[in-house]
Design a protein around this ligand. Structure first.
Ligand code: FES
Ligand code: FES
Length: 202
């Protein structure tokens, strides 16, 4: 093996790592700037943890959280329910939508401590065993997604909207779903899916 080649490979590996590291750091910067949660170690050092007892996807859960922790981070990092997505982390995209006591909330703007005594449903809790929720089924049948990143939030939002009886027309569906952004612009198919699911959910 030529030492120069090895060195060259090593240099290019460092270079690639440096480039990727820089890219990730740049992408993460806006999120870090706005995040209010702390790592568990920081939380233990700086704050008393609070106990949260909630029903999550039909199961009783007791967990200790930093009072500053969001419901989104607690679900994803503490409870490993990663179906709920972190998009903007600042209440602008709807990717983090879950249900609390049957109403849709943005989990990135909700403190986990406020879920104490409440019923939380995430995308993982919609299906009944192997049987998908009608909204999940309709999204599949109508191709209501492309990359799928926004889809859990879209579906959680759509289920709550239909349950509230607020999906009387395509215009109302578009209006009531306007807080859920789809970067892939699958909107026409999302509306089709919601219209279909609504007929089954009635
Ligand atoms: Fe919560 Fe975007 S991640 S609204
Ligand atoms: Fe890609 Fe909506 S399917 S962001």
């Amino acid at each position: 093996m030529n030492p120069d080649d090895d060195a060259g490979n090593s240099r290019s590996a460092v270079s690639r790592r440096g480039f990727l590291g820089g890219s990730v750091a740049a992408a993460a910067a806006p999120l870090l700037a706005t995040a209010v949660h702390a790592t568990p170690a920081e939380a233990a050092a700086d704050n008393d943890l609070v106990t949260v007892r909630a029903t999550i996807n039909g199961r009783p859960v007791t967990t200790q959280v930093d009072p500053r922790a969001t419901l989104l981070d607690t679900l994803r990092e503490g409870l490993e329910l990663c179906g709920t997505k972190k998009g903007c982390d600042r209440g602008q995209c709807g990717a983090c939508t879950v249900h609390v006591d049957g109403r849709r909330v943005l989990s990135c703007l909700t403190l986990a401590a406020t879920a104490n005594g409440r019923e939380v449903t995430t995308i993982e809790g919609l299906a009944q065993g192997d049987r998908l929720h009608p909204m999940q089924q309709a999204f599949i049948e109508r191709d209501g997604f492309q990359c799928g990143f926004c889809t859990p939030g879209q579906i959680m939002s759509a289920v709550a909207m239909v349950d509230e009886g607020r999906a009387s027309s395509d215009d109302e569906i578009r209006e009531r779903m306007s807080g859920n952004i789809c970067g892939c612009s699958a909107y026409p198919f999302i509306v089709d899916a919601i219209r279909d699911a609504q007929k089954v959910m009635r």
